[in-house]
Write a protein that binds this ligand. Structure first.
Ligand code: AMP
Length: 496
């Protein structure tokens, strides 16, 4: 955290975002209560980030907001601090649940993000008598029900589990005057639109709405138009650009030896805290296993992993027990791991916008970063798409000093090391495209996404076992895929 604070300080004092000088703002300037300022002090935050500087006063005025922000920009504090401030008028210490209705609802697409947001909200409100809790699927509902029944002013939820609670009548949203949609683009990608609609219908019509999204596709604009009321648009970065602080290197490597190439890069440079992106769950798992066999502390994180496994991998990565996290795009999205010295694209993403998101994990707020991509001949088209999107040519270079084992001479008197099958991922993993490998990037993206994340609302078994299904609980299978998204890489944040 001190490193993070130092970066923010540096950023506030010296950096500019989107070419504009960052004003020297302090949290005190927003008129936040002493209890909130004290909590921020405990966090070690000295200056607001650009998104906070812009969002906090607007939210405090009660206006709707459409914010362009990715995880890592400080957006969570950008919306939660003013919300906590506004709710202070309702803060009370009464034991009666009726005195603690849900007044602000924060919806997030993934459990991880929900958990992170909830932790932030808890930290920022710890000196107030406001209550908050988080509900997400994949875990028992019992404890969530207890927390909800005792009353909370701020509820953080994933849409599916929230609807489970609605169905069980363990939550009442009739006093919820503030709605926040976090990572709205990802919610649409995951087919949560019907669930969102259902949830919005349960809220009072007169309310303040805040929507944060990393991208602004036509679908997102449509969603914004449908439920935001004269929103103030807040954007702190250039669109579809990649940070100048990030060194982008593209190595040409045979598909068959990509795993070895990653090992070579990690060992050669003695890299720690590296996020490696794989397009598929199988590829991610296989690469993590190979790295471990090579003595590199690594773990994979994707939708086939249980909630517990993913949380454990993330914690181990954050506290340095593992050096490399191999992730799929969907699993990595929303994780509070933005300040990487290096990201590696083991696979080039099928969707050029994902490239911008991926490398946006590094080189933020003045820190330098390395984005390394491996590509083989058949990926040329993906690379061209990326270049078109970011508006610059990426130089393709051979990976110097890398000699695949298969090309190394056998040691004298000895045998070449016998390879295990998994050592030789000769083919790109994942479903075989029907026509050309480039025929339909969006189709492949859909097929390769983690189904666990893609599910629209289905009442969880625990919800079903206790309640008869109601009309609100019926699953809607129409996972609406959003159209191509416009990537927005936001400057302005650093983390450890
Ligand atoms: P977020 O984009 O909300 O996920 O925040 C990214 C990280 O930045 C989190 O770890 C926050 O705790 C941290 N953070 C948010 N605002 C500030 C700030 N003003 N100064 C220092 N760190 C911050």
């Amino acid at each position: 955290m001190p490193q993070l604070v130092a970066f923010f300080k540096d950023m506030s004092e010296n950096q500019s975002v989107s070419g504009q000088p960052a004003p020297e703002t302090r949290f005190q300037d927003f008129g936040l209560s002493a209890d909130i300022l004290r909590a921020l002090d405990d966090q070690g935050y000295e200056h607001p980030t650009p998104i906070q500087t812009q969002a906090i006063p607007v939210v405090l005025q009660g206006k709707d907001v459409m914010g362009a922000a990715q995880t890592g920009t400080g957006k969570t504090a950008g919306f939660s601090l003013p919300v906590i401030q506004m709710l202070l008028q309702h803060a009370n210490t009464s034991a009666s649940p009726a005195r603690h209705p849900v007044r602000a609802l924060i919806l997030t697409p993934t459990r991880e993000l929900a958990d992170q947001v909830a932790e932030n909200v808890k930290n920022y409100s710890k000196y107030t008598s406001l209550r908050s809790t988080v509900v997400f699927g994949g875990v028992d509902m019992g404890q969530q029900v207890v927390a909800l029944k005792s009353g909370v002013e701020i509820l953080i939820a994933t849409p599916g589990r929230l609807l489970d609670h609605v169905q069980q009548k363990t939550v009442n949203l009739s006093h919820t005057g503030i709605l926040i949609l976090d990572e709205a683009d990802r919610m649409l990608d995951m087919g949560f639109l019907p669930d969102l609609q259902r949830i919005i219908n349960l809220l009072p019509t007169k309310r303040q709405n805040l929507m944060f999204s990393a991208t602004f596709s036509g679908d997102i604009k449509k969603l914004a138009a449908s439920f935001l009321n004269k929103p103030v648009t807040i954007e702190v970065a250039r669109r579809n650009s990649t940070s100048e602080n990030v060194t982008q290197t593209v190595y040409h490597v045979d598909e068959a030896v990509k795993n070895e190439a990653v090992v070579h890069i990690l060992k050669e440079r003695n890299l720690k805290q590296v996020l490696v992106f794989s397009n598929t769950k199988i590829g991610a798992g296989r690469l993590a296993r190979q790295l471990e066999r090579e003595g590199i502390k690594a773990s994979a994180i994707h939708g086939d992993k249980s909630q517990h496994e993913r949380m454990a991998a993330l914690d181990a990565f954050k506290n340095g027990q593992i050096d490399v996290l191999v992730a799929t795009d969907v699993a990595a999205r929303g994780l509070d791991i933005a300040e990487m010295p290096c990201v590696i694209n083991y696979d080039l993403p099928y969707n050029a916008e994902d490239y911008v998101h991926r490398i946006g994990r590094t080189g933020r707020a003045g820190a330098s970063g390395d984005a390394i991509s491996l590509y083989s001949d058949k990926d040329e088209r993906f690379l061209t798409d990326i270049e078109k999107l970011i508006g610059r040519k990426l130089e393709r270079v051979p990976l110097s000093g890398f000699v695949p084992r298969s090309a190394q001479p056998a040691e004298r008197g000895g045998e070449r090391r016998a390879f295990k099958r998994e050592d030789m991922p000769a083919k790109r993993s994942g479903p075989k495209p029907e026509r050309s490998p480039y025929a339909s990037a969006s189709l492949m993206r859909k097929e390769l996404s983690d189904p666990w994340f893609d599910k629209p609302y289905e009442p969880s078994p625990s919800a079903l076992s206790k309640e008869k299904p109601s009309s609100t609980g019926a699953a809607t299978a129409s996972a609406k895929n959003s159209k191509r998204r416009l990537a927005v890489l936001l400057g302005g944040s650093v983390k450890q």
